[in-house]
Ligand binder design. Structure first.
Ligand SMILES: *[C@@H]1O[C@H](CO)[C@@H](O)[C@H](O)[C@H]1NC(C)=O
Length: 248
């Protein structure tokens, strides 16, 4: 509606200009009026086409932003697990390694974690929505989604993630392991408020909200042994994070 009104207003302006020019110029003034009219119509059509084209371009750019994330990176990180046995005496032959594939765009990153070799851990998709400040873990073994506020002190912003993965392309990086302990708090029935990306990821899966265990009241900590837990190893910074998720 706006576009149509705008284009016809412009067309009037263009016609008006031509009309005044015609009055000033005796040669044009003597030209048949049919010619002027067809020029006006031609201009109008051109303007219309220009508006439709610009609409298509803007629309296409929006669709592109939503459906085709910018680039896919692949990276691997080796790590020392300092919590597993004393250092030195229990030195393994090889260091465990986490591999990831990640799609990064301006406002989100989706990390694909394959099942780890020689270590327990679930394959998963991890989505960081930088606009909504949310992180969703889709555990591919359980086919279940877990959502928690984005921890910006752990997850690098998109441009820094691109830099990190660009560095990792030139060989694997040696790092260390950080443990993160999360607890399921409630089931989310309506995933719409979680935004477009998480909705697309978690559509049709059971979805739960989580909290850091350290943020829970003390009473919940005791029940740890009876809990149903699983882990996901991943990195979105210079260190590897082992996320342990427990269904309380
Ligand atoms: C973010 O993660 C770090 C390291 O795991 C932790 O110390 C910090 O409390 C977390 N921040 C929030 C807001 O959860």
């Amino acid at each position: 509606m706006v576009k149509i009104a705008f284009s016809s207003a412009l067309a009037h302006k263009a016609l008006g200009k031509e009309a005044t020019a015609a009055v000033k110029d005796p040669e044009l003034a003597s030209a048949p009026t049919g010619y002027e009219r067809s020029t006006g119509r031609c201009l109008l059509t051109l303007l219309g086409i220009a508006f439709i084209l610009s609409g298509l371009i803007v629309g296409g750019a929006c669709l592109y932003r939503y459906f085709i994330p910018k680039r896919v990176y692949h990276g691997a990180m080796q790590f020392n697990d300092l919590s597993a046995g004393a250092e030195g005496e229990n030195q393994p032959y090889y260091l465990p390694q986490v591999e990831e594939e990640v799609e990064i765009s301006d406002n989100m990153a989706v990390i694909s974690v394959p099942p780890p070799r020689f270590r327990p851990g679930d394959p998963a998709y991890i989505l960081h929505d930088f606009n909504r400040k949310l992180t969703a873990y889709l555990d591919l073994t359980l086919r279940t989604c877990f959502v928690i506020p984005l921890n910006t002190s752990v997850v690098l912003p998109p441009q820094d993630l691109v830099d990190l993965f660009s560095q990792l392309m030139s060989g694997s990086y040696r790092s260390y392991l950080v443990h993160e302990d999360l607890v399921v708090t409630e089931r989310i029935d309506d995933i719409k408020p979680l935004g477009f990306y998480i909705r697309r990821l978690c559509d049709g899966k059971e979805t739960y909200r989580m909290q850091r265990r350290s943020n829970l009241p003390d009473g919940r900590i005791q029940k740890r042994a009876a809990e149903d837990c699983f882990t996901i190893q991943h990195f979105e910074n210079m260190f590897v994070t082992e996320t342990r998720i427990c269904k309380a």
